[in-house]
Design a protein around this ligand. Sequence first.
Ligand SMILES: Cc1cc2nc3c(=O)[nH]c(=O)nc-3n(C[C@H](O)[C@H](O)[C@H](O)COP(=O)(O)OP(=O)(O)OC[C@H]3O[C@@H](n4cnc5c(N)ncnc54)[C@H](O)[C@@H]3O)c2cc1C
Length: 375
Amino acid sequence: MHIVIIGNGVAGATVAQKLTQIGVGVTLFAEEPYGFYSRIMLPHSLYDKQALAHLISNNDPPYLVKKPVTAIFCEEKQVETGDGERYSYDKLIIATGSRSRTLDIFSNTDGVCTLRTFYDAQLLGDTLRSPVVVLGGGLLGLETALSLNRKGFAVTVCEAADRIMVRQLDSRAAMMLKTRLERKGLTIREGVRTIGRRLDSWEKLVALEVEGSSEIPCKTLILSLGVSPEITLAKEAGLRVQRGILVDEYLRTSDEHIYAIGDCAEYEGQIPGIVPVALAMAEAVVANLTGGQKSYQEPVLFTRFKDEELQVVSVGSVTGNPLSKENGERYEAYFLKDGTLDGAILYGSGEHLKFVREHYQKPVSEEELSALLDF
Ligand SMILES: Cc1cc2nc3c(=O)[nH]c(=O)nc-3n(C[C@H](O)[C@H](O)[C@H](O)COP(=O)(O)OP(=O)(O)OC[C@H]3O[C@@H](n4cnc5c(N)ncnc54)[C@H](O)[C@@H]3O)c2cc1C
C-alpha cells in the first residue's frame, strides 16, 4: 500500500512519520520550500533571524517532496504536482491546513502582512517599521504584538469585539490580561472597526481609518483575523466540502480512498484549528489506514497564551456563568454544563491544569470545584 499525504504541517508530518515507522510507504508533498517547522513558535521568533532559523528542521525525511499538489484525480487515484508530474496512491490524506484571512481594503498595500508561514515571518522581520498595528486581539495577535513590543516596536492591538481573546477568556480574565499587557507597553483598543487606510505620496501605509474615531498611525499592519481552511484541491476534485472538507468519524471524506485531517477537515460542523486536534486526527487516521477502525475522539480543546512570565490556559467552552475566584494576579473560572466540566480558565497558575485535563467533559460537583477555588 502506498499513501500520499498533501501538506507538511503538524498533521501531515505526524502521519507521515508514524506510518513510515511501521513500514508503510509514504510520499509527503509540501508546497513550502523548507523542512518541517512549528508554526506556533513563529510569533516568538519574529525579528530574530537566528531564532527563526532554529525553527526549521534540517533533516528532511526521504519521503518528503517539496512540490505543491495542484490537482487530485479521484477516478485514477492520482495527484498532480506543479510541474505536471502525476503520482499514484492507494490512499490519500489531505492535510492542507488553513490560510490567514485578509481584508479587501488592504489588498496590494505595502506594509500589510499576515503571519502563518515561515516566509511570512521572514518578510515581516525584514520590513517591520514602527508604529505597528495588529488587527485582531486573539491568541495569535496578542502573542505577536507582545513579541514585537519586547523587541522595541510601538504596537497597538485593535480588536473589533468588546474584549480580547473572546473565544478563550471570559470578561474578567480578558480584563486582567489587557491590564497586564498595557503595563508592559502595548496599546490595546477594543470595539474598533477599521474602515480604511491612508497612504503617503509614495503609496506607503501611514495610518488606519477607524469608525467614529481619529486615525491610528501605522506603518506595519499585521492582519490576525483568523483563518480559512484550505479546501481548494478537495473542492475541485468534487469532494464534499462546507467550510472545511467534510469527514466522517473515521476521517474519511466523501471518497472512501481519501481522508482529511487537521485544520482543513470539518467534523460534525467543527474546525477548532488547534494543534491538539491535528494530532488526535493524525493518530486516528494512522490506525484506520493500518487495519484498525478507530473513530476520531475530540481531544481536550486546550490553548495556552505563551508568555514566559505568565501562564494563561483556556480549555473548552468558556461561556455562561462560571464558578470563579480572583486573588491578586491569579484567577480561575470553571464552566459547568449539565453537571459536567465544559470549560475552564486558569490565569496566573497552572496548579489545577491536571485536574481540568482529567475531568474535562466529565461529571464534577460544585463542591469539588469550590475546593479548587480555595486559594
Ligand atoms: C502563528 C500561529 C500560532 C499558533 N499558535 C497556536 C497555539 O498556540 N496552539 C495551538 O493549538 N494552535 C496554534 N496555532 C494553530 C496551529 O498552528 C494549527 O492548528 C496547526 O498548524 C494545524 O496543522 P495542519 O497540519 O492541519 O495545518 P498547517 O500547519 O497549516 O499545515 C498545512 C501545510 O499544508 C501545506 N499545503 C497546503 N496546500 C498544499 C498543496 N496544494 N500542496 C502541498 N502542500 C500544501 C501548507 O503549505 C502547510 O505547510 C497557531 C497558528 C499560527 C499560524
